[in-house]
Write a protein that binds this ligand. Sequence first.
Ligand code: ZN
Length: 486
Amino acid sequence: MKIYEKILDIAKRRGIFYPSCEIYGGISGFYDYGAIGTRIKKNVEDLIRKAYLVEEYGNFTCSEIECPTLSIDSVWNASGHVKSFSDFTVECMACKEPFRADHLVEENLKISCDGMSAEQLTELIKNNNLKCKKCGGELNDVYNYNLMFRTEIAPGKNKRTGYMRPETAQSTYIAFKRLWEISRKKLPFGILQIGHSYRNEISPRQYIIRLREFTQAEMEFFIDPDDKYEYLNLKDDAAIKIMDKDDKISEISIKESHEQGIIKNKAIAYFLQKSVNLFVRMGINYQKLQLRQHKDSERAFYSKDTWDVEFMSELGRIEIVGVADRGNYDLTQHQNCSGESMEIFWNNKRFVPNVIEVAYGIDRPVYCIVESCYVEEMSKKGDERVYFKFPPEISPYVCVFPLMAKDGLPEKAGEVVDVLKRANLYVFYDKSGSIGRRYARADEIGVSYALTIDYDTLKDNTVTVRFRDTKEQRRVKIDELEKVVK
Ligand SMILES: [Zn+2]
C-alpha cells in the first residue's frame, strides 16, 4: 500500500474525509469532511483568520467579510469568467468519456500546449491519430467548456442567469466602494473572505486536491500603486527552493531572493514568507515546500507577477497558495461594466487602487497537513504505531479518559470535561476499552493530548497528561490544565 492509500484508508475509516453521496455511487469532485476532518479544517481556517485579522494588526488593517456564493451574470461577464474561464475538452465518440484536450496532447506528444487554440488542438489530435484513453475510440473536435456552474435565479420576468462563484475574490471587488467607505478611506487595507467556491472540473480525481466544490481563503490587499511597503518587514528565514519563470532554481531565503531581485515585489515576498510560515505552523513539511513563479504564458495578461507556494506530495505537485499582483484590472473592469466609479482620492491623487491577491485553498492544505503529519513507528518489541503528528493548533480535540468506568472515576472525569469546556476547548470523552487501546485510537487521529483520570486524581486532584509524540506522561493539577493544554 502506498502512503497516500494508507492515509485515505484512515481518513475514511475515522471520519477525516470521504466521498460524498456514497450510497448513490458517489460523484467525483465532491467530498464530505467527517467529525475529525471538520475540526481540522476549521482549525486551518482559524489559523489563516488569526494570521491576517489579529497578527497583522499594527502593520495594516485587515477585515473579514462574507458574500453569497451565487451571483448574477453581470459580475462574471465583467470579470471575464463567462468568456474565458474554460478548459479545452474533447470527448470519445464511442464511450463519451471527456478529457482535458491539452493534457491529452501533452501526455501523448510530449509537447507544451500553452497558448494553443481549440482548432490547433483538434488538428494535432487528428494528425497524430490520438484515441480515447479508455476504449480506443475516435475523439470528436475540441471545444471550450466553461467551468462555472450556471443556474437561474427567480421565475418569470424576474429571471436572471446566475453562476456559482468560481472564486471568492470577485464578490470582494464588486463591494469595493462600500469597503473603502467602511475602512475610513485609508490605504492600504486587506479584506479576507473564507468560503466555498465552485468549478465544474472536467474529470476531477485526486480526492480533496481537485474538487468541484471547495473552500478558499482569499485576501485582497488594496494599495496605492506607488506604495513602497515600508510597513512590511521581511524576516531572516531558512533557505527554500525558489523557481523563477525561466526555470532558474535558487535555494536561498525569501528575504535574500527579494534583495537579489528574484521576487521583485516586496508585498509578494512578504505574503509568500507569511504563507510558508503559516503552512509550517499547520504541520506541513517545510522540506517539501517550494516557490514557483508563473511563466509569462500561464499568467493572466493583466497580472504583473504571480507566485505559488507548492507542496511536493505523494500525489504530485500541489499548489496551496497563489500570490498575485493583479494591478487595477478587476476594479477597472467592474467600473467599466457597472458604470460605477471605483476611483478614490488618496495621497493627493485620484486613481483606481491596485490589488495584491493572496489566494489559499483550504482543502489542499488539509491534505498536505495529513500527509506531512503521517507517522509509522516500529517499537523495539515490533509493535507498529500509526499516528498523525498534528500540531496542537490543528489537532481535532483533547481526549479525556477515566482509567476505569467505575469507582467514581467517570464522575471525576466529568468535572475535568467541564473545566476544558469552560476554557473553550473541544473535548472527546471515552470510557470504554483498555486505556492503551484508547490512547492508540486518539493517536491515530492526531490528538495532541489525552488526559487520564485515575485513583490518584480522587486523592490529589491531578490528572495524567499524555503527550502523543513522546508518549511522555506528566501529572498536572486540574486547576492548571487550561494553562498547560493551551
Ligand atoms: Zn472511449
